[in-house]
Design a protein around this ligand. Structure first.
Ligand code: ZN
Ligand code: ZN
Length: 133
């Protein structure tokens, strides 16, 4: 079960689709995340942590990230690697757009909070919500 939010900026016309919830990725996310770690796509830091563990476990879930520098919004998975003794590494993304800052996770525990437009800074409105299962 999950929800897709269609965000719209009245001021500049920016549109963004954000998918949240469990089930969207199903089991594909951890598998995809694991592949991306092993191939080095997610960088050397998470890979060396992963490689240092006997039985690493990859955890991933749908998330929304915002760049602290340029305000870009990215709907990408939050990825953790966990070891048998409770060691945890949380992956940190660098903003793909400006490459000047790390992305910060947006708290979406209950629902999508008010987000500001990455282009003009005005508040985005939720134009439509679509539920899927
Ligand atoms: Zn805007
Ligand atoms: Zn940025």
């Amino acid at each position: 079960m999950g929800v897709t939010y269609f965000l719209h900026c009245k001021n500049c016309g920016f549109n963004k689709k954000i998918k949240l919830g469990v089930g969207f990725f199903g089991l594909e996310v951890p598998e995809q995340a694991q592949k991306d770690i092993e191939s080095g796509k997610l960088g050397g830091e998470i890979k060396s942590f992963y490689d240092s563990l006997e039985n690493p476990q990859v955890l991933a879930q749908r998330a929304v990230y915002r760049c602290a520098y340029c305000g870009d919004l990215q709907n990408i998975p939050e990825i953790f690697v966990r070891g048998e003794n409770g060691e945890v590494y949380k992956h940190v993304y660098r903003c793909k757009k400006c490459r000047k800052a790390d992305l910060e996770i947006v708290d979406t525990d209950d629902k999508l909070p008010s987000l500001s437009c990455p282009k003009c800074g005005k508040e985005l409105e939720i134009k439509d919500i679509e539920a899927w299962d």
